[in-house]
Design a binder for this molecule. Structure first.
Ligand code: GDG
Length: 469
């Protein structure tokens, strides 16, 4: 494979995604699977299963040429590591929600214990020439733990969520200990310059490190910290949008709308996605525009996630009540303003739903990147594309500058953007869409994977970095 030469790739992430014959996998899983298949690599992660006593026994499996190695965790591990430190501590803090972040010693202990378990599991699988790529906030200290077990392989880490400003990060007990572990990697990647800038700021101000271009030094360790925005498989997504399943879904949705324009939102049910603010912005639009009553429909698809965490139970209850209230206030016997759907759809059908929508409404309060914005663009009909309304606080806003960029906290801005999008002339829609599609196609998922792995391959085994060719 192009970037990896003869090296084998080992990917480690919280969960593995096994390829399926139906191809119904996310873009990240497809991209990593391809690299794993071509390099005869291994994907290591939690099986999703709970065992009474941790045994460390590895479950090996191979699907469609991709090898996976999984371990079962104990219930306490899941509580402290996954529901605890990952999703009650780091996720809210890294999404600027220190009001929701919980700091408990048990969580930190569980997080380190599970990372040690992953290190023990992975260590015997590693051969000297392998390149190791650790994914996301569940696994920050893993590289350090692998180094402690004597592995001097090339090691990279990618953070899929924002890096918070220094002033917020210092609220985390033992923050510098956690950040220090990132210096065990050779390359650390973020989606955007903003997250990268916050990381550098922290290292300089809090740790006394130094920054020289992409090189960040702390003590005797120099690593590369880069912005490397993730993408989607754009061509494949555009094809999915005209597949038979997508066309069926498109027809079904359009029929049900009876020529009314549809706005679509698609998000895991998560407080970071700004769903409450979105509903309020839409309610503001309905209030401002009585002439649009009985006309526009907002379809919000929000499959529940992390339901064991209280803040997720709360946001779900809030949205149930809010959707009910707005529908109660504005509905008529033959029109419901919000179709609020708590189920997920297969990817092809979802692509058909995106294509049926005149407006994609993507309004996270903070988002590392946001792939839904890119999928909405890729699924549009080039001859009659819809309009993307996008939060400035999504990483994707750095690339999709031809979206209507809004502040998701402002219901007025949201209302104005919906009004503008509904009446946007075809030539403007086409111009904006073409510019966004060019970016989605050029910086796609393969581009992301290659850019990161090339950086990693250029690192020499003594930890020094070869100058870029
Ligand atoms: C994290 C970061 C970053 C959603 N509903 C359905 C469905 N989805 C798919 C979407 C999209 C994916 O889930 C969500 O990706 P996002 O990027 O929007 O958000 P997170 O899940 O929070 O992902 C994020 C990402 O990692 C990658 O680095 O962009 O910032 O938070 O692909 O389509 N898919 C299907 N049915 C659904 O109902 N098939």
């Amino acid at each position: 494979m192009e970037a990896l030469g003869m090296s084998r790739l080992i990917v480690i992430s919280n969960r593995v995604s096994r390829p399926t014959k139906t191809g119904n996998q996310g873009g990240l899983a497809v991209a990593l699977s391809q690299a794993l298949r071509e390099s005869r690599g291994i994907w290591v992660g939690w099986s999703g299963e709970v065992t009474e006593n941790f045994t460390g026994q590895i479950g090996f499996s191979e699907d469609e040429g991709v090898k996976t190695a999984t371990i079962d965790l104990e219930e306490q591990d899941v509580d402290e590591y996954y529901n605890g430190y990952a999703n009650k501590t780091l996720w809210p803090l890294f999404h600027f929600r220190i009001d929701l972040a919980e700091y408990a010693r048990d969580f930190e202990g569980g997080y380190n214990r599970v990372n040690q378990r992953f290190a023990d599991t992975t260590s015997p699988l590693i051969e000297p020439e392998d390149i190791i790529w650790v994914q996301d906030y569940h696994m920050i200290p893993l590289g350090r733990m692998l180094r402690d077990r004597g592995h001097d392989n090339r090691m990279g880490f990618f953070l899929h969520i924002p890096w918070p400003p220094t002033r917020l990060l210092v609220s985390l007990p033992h923050h510098s200990k956690l950040v220090q572990t990132l210096f065990a990697y050779d390359v650390v990647g973020f989606h955007t310059e903003e997250w990268l800038e916050s990381f550098r700021h922290y290292v300089e101000r809090e740790m006394g490190g130094t920054v020289d271009g992409d090189f960040v030094t702390l003590g005797n360790r120099t690593i590369q910290a880069i912005a490397c925005p993730i993408g989607i498989n754009a061509q494949e997504y555009a094809s999915a949008a005209v597949s038979d399943a997508a066309k069926d879904m498109y027809e079904k949705v359009r029929r049900s709308l009876q020529d009314r324009p549809m706005i679509v939102g698609v998000d895991r049910l998560d407080y970071s996605k700004g769903l409450e603010e979105r509903f309020n912005g839409y309610a503001r639009f309905l209030k401002d525009h009585p002439e649009q009553h009985r006309n526009v429909v907002l379809t919000q698809i929000a499959p529940p996630s992390r339901g064991e965490v209280e803040s997720y139970q709360q946001i779900r209850a809030t949205l149930d009540a809010l959707a009910g209230r707005i529908n109660g206030e504005y509905s008529d016997v033959d029109w419901t303003p919000i179709r609020y759907v708590n189920q997920g759809y297969p990817r092809d059908k979802l692509a058909g739903i995106y294509r049926a929508a005149k407006i994609g409404l993507v309004t996270p309060l903070r988002d590392g990147m946001n792939l839904v914005a890119k999928e909405y663009v890729a699924a549009q009909d080039p001859d009659d594309p819809g309009v993307l309304i996008l939060s400035r606080f999504a990483g994707a806003a750095q690339q999709l500058k031809d979206a209507l960029l809004i502040n998701p906290y402002s219901p007025e801005e949201m209302s104005d953007a919906i009004t503008r999008a509904l009446s946007m002339p075809l030539d403007e829609r086409k111009r904006r869409w073409r510019a966004m599609m060019d970016s989605v196609e050029q910086q796609d998922i393969s581009w992301w994977r290659q850019r990161f792995t090339e950086r990693l391959m250029a690192v020499q085994r003594d930890g020094e970095v070869k100058p870029e060719a």
